[in-house]
Design a protein around this ligand. Structure first.
Ligand SMILES: Nc1nc2c(c(=O)[nH]1)N[C@H]1C(S)=C(S)[C@@H](COP(=O)(O)OP(=O)(O)OC[C@H]3O[C@@H](n4cnc5c(=O)[nH]c(N)nc54)[C@H](O)[C@@H]3O)O[C@H]1N2
Ligand SMILES: Nc1nc2c(c(=O)[nH]1)N[C@H]1C(S)=C(S)[C@@H](COP(=O)(O)OP(=O)(O)OC[C@H]3O[C@@H](n4cnc5c(=O)[nH]c(N)nc54)[C@H](O)[C@@H]3O)O[C@H]1N2
Ligand code: SF4
Ligand SMILES: [Mo]
Length: 837
């Protein structure tokens, strides 16, 4: 049996060895590094229109951060190939093997071609489908929405999305429908450890062009201005390929590269120094580095005084900063209104110490960063004193024991960090543990201590922006939805409790689009055993029969990226990217915008959905603001790529926190926070201890993946994932060309761990814990430290011989960051006893 319904999802084992070799070679070509010039020159020959061919501008838009501009070559209404198109900023020209294999994805015989309903009398997930017409499908969905809403309330219908396609048309159309229905939304909890950690201490940057740097750091084109690039758990050569040439070019100019990663990754192999670290322990290493900074008196006093909360006094009774009102002077009115609360802004300045006296911060040129003050019997200390105490409690020797990094290496790394400017490139590995937000907070704090922020070459973080829109009311014509906003990692709890935000919450219908949570979110069992069974109806709109689609009652075929006009609005480069329609939607597929429009008609909301896909984009971009900022649809159609942050990648790269300006309440770097607030409301409430803990970066072990954990004696291996070159998350999972090179799931294991368990290289093994199992081929690798396993992520369940990777992780989450703990997982591995075929 082959095709979408085969038990192994059409996984091919044919081996066209010749093709494989050729493609594997091409797979390493990314970007415009100078040593690849010869290849790049040959390659450009294929980027022009051949006779009888038309080229359309496409944008490849999975969330790999790349958003590569692509020439979509079309002949007789069919895409014949894809090639690299030019960015306006040349240094961002790039394409990868996935971008080159679109033809195989578009015409994948297993693509969902028509609406499919779960066959009557079969279980969800059984894989039996009945082809139906669009009219039948949308009538059924509309009836379900109406009946479920009337029985359980409007918020019982929920839409769930993730990062499958971050673009304006699709988001606007679903947003509008959701708002009009007062439906609930289930939001992604992906990479939120670092996002939360960054905004906790440094605030958010919103550019005058309406760009929001969700992950902030200097633009990677600035890395060349650093003496050293220190990579904290980023797999740049594989997961952020578009930036590798920037790192390499910096190295060719003399910048050094240090990589801190438990795994000897490809980029680690290119580094001047690789520092293997025990998973989940980065915060401790950062504190040890800060300890050495203090020992060597290398802290930047002026930066601390002027740009951080170091001189602010903290009250020992409330934990709040001392303000002028604490001295009995009433706050004064400013006459200005707070745009969010509508209340008048009152002036109540922070107080600092100068010569032992309390002074308003604006009056103090050089406030003391050390010192105490007795405020009518309440002891107060500067925030810097609190930080210092925390730093001094973590010696390099203690950190060395727990991180398993030799103490000399910690000292050497401290020297590197002190020799500024240093470009700290943070990836998403360290934050994928329950303590992840604190590694980001600690990394930024280390840099603030050294004044290594806000200048060329001096940075800590990542670089990823999203455009916030141009004042269009399209997504909420009658105001925002009154439904619930539930973080996906908490959905299981909400379903079990039937409560959210102090109200009854009966989520009974789920519509998933641009998301595959049964695969890409933690704890598949939470979905298959709790969430999905609690639903009366499940819809998935996708072009592939994913794990999530397989558990749906109705699967809707969507038009793929080059089959409609769109504007991609997120990612690295912080630009809007214009995607032209190259071909008609294949088979019976429709753009999401059209699906929403046709459904709205059946729901009696037709008067709100009179615009075509193109007109929706015009409505969203042709606002007064859009025209004023040069971001109208005309601008986009003409320019193709428009930055939504000021500057120029090559000549004027974005500098985060420029000149020490931070987006926090105080405008300073807040290594100490008065009142930590959660990123998103959940069914959990922070305890007083957790609030106290989150005021500053703190070291505490991962929830599970740590030797002290009681599970450790039973499950001694930390289960980590990597981003494979052949998929972005679960996308391209079935693309025949890529399956030739990467045919089936495998797991990398250190030979020491394998031999102790009688496992041989290339044999099938079962990774397991109390939550679930995954069977994959063992690949011996000295690059994996003993005590860990590493699997390339994104295979669908039915592509494994048994089980699946996300069955092993849990939906536990940190109450503040509300993040998926992808790597905070313990397991063990054994020889698989199942049959080979
Ligand atoms: N091909 C491909 N590219 C992708 C994606 C994809 O699925 N496929 N996904 C995209 C997305 S959404 C994201 S968020 C990015 C992520 O991009 P990256 O952050 O570059 O990649 P990750 O695989 O998340 O992890 C980075 C590294 O962290 C290491 N690591 C794990 N635990 C720790 C730890 O405790 N400390 C330290 N220091 N390192 C640790 C891992 O070994 C890994 O090498 O990749 C994007 N790019
Ligand atoms: N084990 C492990 N799992 C992880 C991670 C990890 O490090 N380890 N990383 C996580 C991270 S950081 C991320 S960002 C997530 C991503 O998680 P997801 O966003 O769920 O992953 P994708 O597979 O990229 O996309 C989901 C689906 O969107 C569909 N899609 C694409 N375009 C469109 C469209 O235009 N319309 C509709 N309706 N659907 C579309 C795709 O076909 C795909 O099936 O994965 C996470 N999963
Ligand atoms: S998958 Fe990512 S890196 Fe590859 S071509 Fe597409 S956008 Fe670019
Ligand atoms: Mo991500």
């Amino acid at each position: 049996m082959s095709g979408a319904n085969s038990p192994q999802g059409g996984l091919t084992r044919r081996s066209f060895l010749k093709t494989t070799a050729a493609v594997a070679g091409a797979a390493t070509v990314v970007g415009g590094a100078s040593s690849l010039t010869a290849l790049a020159e040959n390659y450009s020959a294929g980027q022009v229109e051949a006779q009888g061919e038309q080229i359309f501008r496409g944008v490849c838009r999975p969330n790999c951060f790349g958003f590569c501009h692509i020439n979509v070559h079309v002949r007789d209404g069919r895409v014949t190939k894809t090639s690299r198109a030019e960015y306006n900023e040349e240094c961002y020209n790039r394409i990868c093997q996935r971008g080159l294999s679109h033809v195989h994805r578009i015409y994948d015989p297993e693509r969902v071609q028509y609406p499919m309903r779960r066959a009557e009398g079969t279980e969800r997930g059984a894989g039996e489908w009945e082809r139906i017409s669009w009219d039948e499908a949308l009538t059924e969905i509309a009836d379900k929405i109406k009946s479920i809403q009337s029985e359980y309330g409007e918020g019982s219908v929920a839409f769930l999305t993730a990062s499958g396609n971050q673009a304006s048309g699709i988001t606007s159309a679903y947003g509008r429908l959701q708002a009009l229905l007062n439906a609930s939304s289930i939001g992604p909890c992906l990479d939120m450890g670092s996002y939360y950690g960054m905004q906790a201490v440094a605030g958010l940057y919103i550019s005058p062009l309406m760009g929001l740097q969700m992950w902030e750091g200097n633009e990677p084109t600035d890395a060349k201005n650093a003496k050293t690039i220190v990579v904290w758990g980023a797999n740049i050569t594989d997961a952020q390929v578009q930036n590798w040439h920037l790192v390499k070019e910096a190295m060719q100019n003399g910048t050094k590269l240090v990589v801190i990663d438990p795994v000897f990754t490809q980029i680690a192999s290119k580094a001047d120094k690789w520092i293997p670290i025990r998973p989940g322990s980065d915060t401790l290493l950062k504190y040890a580095l800060m300890n050495i900074v203090l020992e060597k008196e290398a802290q930047d006093i002026e930066f601390l005084q002027q740009h951080t909360v170091a001189p602010f006094l903290v009250r020992s009774d409330t934990g709040m900063f001392v303000r002028r009102s604490d001295t009995g002077v009433e706050p004064t009115a400013t006459g200005e209104m707070n745009p969010t609360t509508g209340e008048e802004i009152m002036l109540d300045p922070y107080m600092v110490l100068v010569d032992g006296e309390l002074v308003e911060v604006t009056e103090a040129l050089t406030p003391a960063i050390e010192g105490t003050y007795d405020l009518d019997g309440v002891a107060c200390r500067t925030a810097y004193e609190l930080l210092k105490e925390e730093i001094l409690s973590h010696s390099p020797e203690e950190a060395s024991k727990l991180t398993e990094i030799p103490v000399e290496d910690i000292y050497e790394l401290a020297d590197i960090c002190m020799d500024t400017p240093v470009y700290h490139y943070e990836g998403y590995g360290p934050q994928a543990y329950n303590n992840g937000a604190h590694t980001t907070m600690a990394g930024l704090t280390l840099c603030a201590l050294l004044g290594n922020l806000g200048k060329p070459g001096a940075s800590y973080g990542a670089f990823w922006g999203v455009h916030m829109g141009l004042g269009s009311t399209y997504t909420a014509p009658n105001g925002p939805s009154t439904g619930f906003s539930i973080p996906s990692v908490d959905l299981k709890n909400v379903v079990e409790k039937g409560q959210f935000a102090g109200k009854k919450a009966d989520i009974k219908m789920l519509w998933m689009y641009s998301a595959n949570p049964l695969n890409t979110h933690t704890d598949t069992h939470a979905w298959t055993d709790v969430i999905i069974p609690a639903m009366e109806y499940v819809v998935v709109a996708d072009s592939a029969l994913t794990d999530s689609a397989r558990y749906a009652d109705m699967v809707l075929p969507i038009a793929q990226w080059f089959e409609l006009e769109e504007v991609a609005n997120a990612g690295q480069c912080s630009s809007l990217h214009y995607n032209e329609k190259a071909i008609e939607p294949l088979y019976e597929s429709k753009p999401d915008t059209q699906i929403v429009t046709e459904l709205a008609e059946k729901l009696g909301l037709g008067q709100y959905f009179t615009l075509s896909n193109e007109e929706i984009l015009e409505e969203v971009y042709n606002t007064e603001l859009g025209t004023a900022l040069g971001m109208s649809m005309n601008d986009l159609r003409e320019k193709k790529q428009i930055r939504f942050i000021p500057g120029d990648a090559e000549t004027d790269p974005h500098i985060a926190y420029k000149d020490g300006a931070f987006g926090t309440a105080s405008g300073r770097f807040e290594f100490y926070r008065e009142m930590p607030t959660v990123r998103a409301a959940t069914t959990k409430t922070p305890t007083p201890e957790e609030i106290d803990r989150d005021r500053m970066a703190h070291w505490f072990p991962p929830l599970e993946a740590w030797p002290e954990n009681e599970l450790y004696s039973k499950y001694p291996l930390v289960l980590m994932s990597e981003r494979p070159r052949y998929r972005v998350h679960s996308q391209w999972f079935n693309t025949p060309l890529l399956r030739e090179i990467d045919p089936e799931p495998f797991v990398k294991i250190n030979p020491v761990d394998a031999e102790a368990r009688g496992i041989t290289d290339g044999s099938y093994v079962e990774c397991f814990n109390d939550r679930g199992t995954a069977v994959a081929k063992a690949v011996f690798s000295e690059a994996i430290r003993p005590g860990t396993l590493l699997y390339p992520k994104g295979w669908q369940l039915n592509q494994h011989k048994a089980g699946g990777w996300s069955l092993l992780s849990s939906t536990e989450f940190d109450v503040f960051a509300v993040n998926n703990n992808f790597m905070d997982v313990l397991c063990d591995v054994r020889v698989w006893e199942g049959s080979d075929e």
